[in-house]
Design a protein around this ligand. Structure first.
Ligand SMILES: [Zn+2]
Length: 291
């Protein structure tokens, strides 16, 4: 388990899976073999598996403890969920809850869940299976969702031509939380408390939010899928196959990287391989990660 100190605040990575999982050439339209040669020194073995040609994208949550308050950012894929569109995530069983317990946190103790966006691998543990029903995993938490993402996927999900959306995850991992009255929809920039703030960063999804932690002058930037892989620090123009709006996704990515490079904020993405976080340095017209 990896923990990071941001000023007076501890942030812990709660892993769900970390293995070669997406074919690099399909994930990034811009991928080519020369990339691996140029970046071999940092990319192998933690970020790319040359034997299979697959990216190693971690799926994890960030657990933040501020005094007595407990916050989770992104909730992975979850257990027992039918995901026919992604066989590796179909009816997944991982000890994610046990790992959360090992970090000293029970579901009842979680005060806030924040989803950077509403894709399948960021909302899964929002709910768990209980006697055949999906119920909120964190009964005492408020769940912060982007209103733009919620309304966008609600419309698609409600239309028989396009629903169920996101492999069924909107129905089993978002709607039960809303129906339980635990959702807090946010729109535009805002703050949760004196430490955590959020701002729209659309592109990957229409309502993606970037979350910023500030404590005693130290900063961390939770960017969700604004960046998936550390190669995008070098190549901010690279979008993944899952980015909805190509131009906006590039713009939001560059903005996060400029922010980290300019402020010294630790970049804490949702899927980077080990060591899972990095600083960002400006270099020429682009950037480089410092692990
Ligand atoms: Zn993701």
């Amino acid at each position: 388990m990896q923990s990071f100190e941001i000023g007076t605040v501890t942030v812990t990575r709660i892993e769900e899976t970390y293995e070669p999982n997406f074919e690099a050439a399909k994930f990034f339209a811009d991928w080519n073999p020369a990339v691996v040669e140029t970046h071999r020194d940092w990319m192998l073995p933690h970020h790319y598996d040359p034997a299979s040609g697959m990216l190693k994208l971690s799926v994890h949550s960030w657990l933040i403890r501020i005094g007595t308050k407990t916050i989770l950012i992104d909730t992975c894929v979850g257990n027992d969920k039918a995901r026919a569109h992604r066989p590796m995530w179909h009816l997944l069983r991982t000890p994610w809850l046990e790992r959360l317990a090992a970090a000293g946190v029970t579901p009842e103790q979680v005060d806030v869940v924040m989803c950077t966006h509403l894709h399948v691998d960021h909302i899964g543990w929002n709910t768990r299976l209980d006697n055949g029903r999906w119920v909120p995993t964190f009964p005492n938490a408020k769940y912060v969702f982007s209103r733009e993402d919620y309304e966008h996927y609600l419309a698609l999900d409600s239309d028989p031509k396009t629903g169920p959306v996101n492999g069924g995850s909107f129905r089993d991992s978002v709607l039960p939380v809303v129906e339980a009255g635990l959702a807090q929809m946010v729109s535009g920039p805002g703050s949760l408390d004196e430490y955590l703030s959020y701002a729209p960063a659309p592109g990957h999804t229409p309502g993606t939010i970037a979350i910023e932690l500030q404590a005693k002058g130290a900063r961390a930037s939770f960017c969700g899928d604004i960046l998936h892989h550390a190669i995008q620090v070098f190549h901010p123009q690279w979008n993944s196959f899952a980015c909805a709006d190509q131009a906006l996704a590039r713009q939001s990515r560059r903005k996060v990287l400029e922010h980290c490079a300019g402020s010294g904020a630790l970049l804490m993405p949702a899927h980077f391989g080990a060591p899972f976080v990095c600083r960002v340095e400006a270099e020429g017209k682009g950037f480089r990660p410092r692990f």
